[in-house]
Design a protein around this ligand. Structure first.
Ligand code: ATP
Length: 266
């Protein structure tokens, strides 16, 4: 594999509070070109907050965030042109068609209208969606909408991609395509920051895994390094161990007992 050395992003003592509650507790992180970072952690750990800060969507943090060697607080937002983002909860303009929506988002990133439209059509074909290029997005299934979002994040050929649960709603075949595409993009020197709760996918695609718990990085390394430190066989087991979670069985039993409580069938 080609080795890329350039530092793409750097977090130095990144700290964030909401109403005096610490959400990020001094994160230090350097990410280099070509890395696929699996950014994982329990619900509420601070993953989306980190990503939104890097995208310039959340302010009020402390510490320094550098992207492409530039402090994002310096007022120059041109770094965003080289970033692609698939948010977890996306807002699509559903009354538009993919032709309209994708051409518009391509133009926002500075592409020529015709180029954006042709590229969007080509990418839709790759996802076997060209037959609905002119249908309203509101009529699409969840997986079809997710594909439009992924296409929208790729149109301007970004060098840094943030994917938050990108496989959400995709069928098994489409998942394979996206996973393979991520590996190819990284091999070309693009950098991927991948957040997901699907541990076996993160385990397989990431070149480096970062586990965030209560706003602290508690593990950072390749899957093999994490396995050798924790003596666990899967990322799911490592996650359970490092988040101190081992009472899933009792919780499930409590849920099922509570569910039956007060029911007429008793
Ligand atoms: N705008 C906000 N105002 C107040 N608190 C917030 C805000 N956004 C996030 N938080 C809090 O910050 C913490 C971290 O949230 P964040 O969305 O970053 O977690 P996450 O790791 O992405 O979780 P999940 O896996 O559930 O998506 C949570 O306690 C959340 O309630």
């Amino acid at each position: 594999m080609t080795e890329f050395k350039e530092k793409v992003l750097s977090l130095d003592n990144l700290t964030m509070k909401y109403d005096n509650k610490i959400v990020l507790n001094g994160i230090n992180l350097d990410v280099h070109q070509g890395e696929i970072i699996g950014y994982i952690g329990p619900n509420g750990a601070g993953k989306s907050t980190t990503v939104k800060i890097m995208l310039g969507l959340v302010e009020g943090y402390r510490g320094t965030v550098e992207i492409f060697g530039q402090d994002i607080a310096n007022g120059d937002i041109s770094y965003k042109k080289k970033i692609g983002y698939v948010p977890e909860n996306a807002e699509l303009y559903e009354t538009l068609t993919p032709r309209e929506y994708l051409t518009f988002s391509g133009e926002l990133y500075g592409l020529d209208r015709k180029v954006a439209e042709e590229k969007a059509h080509e990418l839709m074909k790759n996802f076997e969606l060209d037959h609905v290029f002119d249908s309203r997005i509101s009529s699409f299934s969840k997986g079809m909408k997710q594909k439009v979002l992924i296409i929208s994040s790729l149109l301007h050929d970004p060098v840094l991609l943030f994917f938050d649960e990108p496989l959400s709603g995709l069928d098994a075949n489409s998942m394979l395509v996206v996973k393979e595409m991520i590996a190819l993009l990284a091999a070309q020197g693009k950098t991927i920051f991948y957040s997901s709760h699907i541990m076996d996918v993160v385990e397989k695609i990431s070149t480096r895994i970062i586990l965030l718990v209560n706003g602290n990085v508690v593990a950072d390394g390749t899957f093999a390094e994490l396995v050798s430190k924790s003596e666990q066989g899967s990322l799911e087991e490592i996650f359970n161990q490092l988040t101190g979670f081992n009472d899933h069985q009792q919780i499930a039993e409590r849920l099922v007992r509570t569910m039956a409580g007060g029911s007429k069938h008793e």
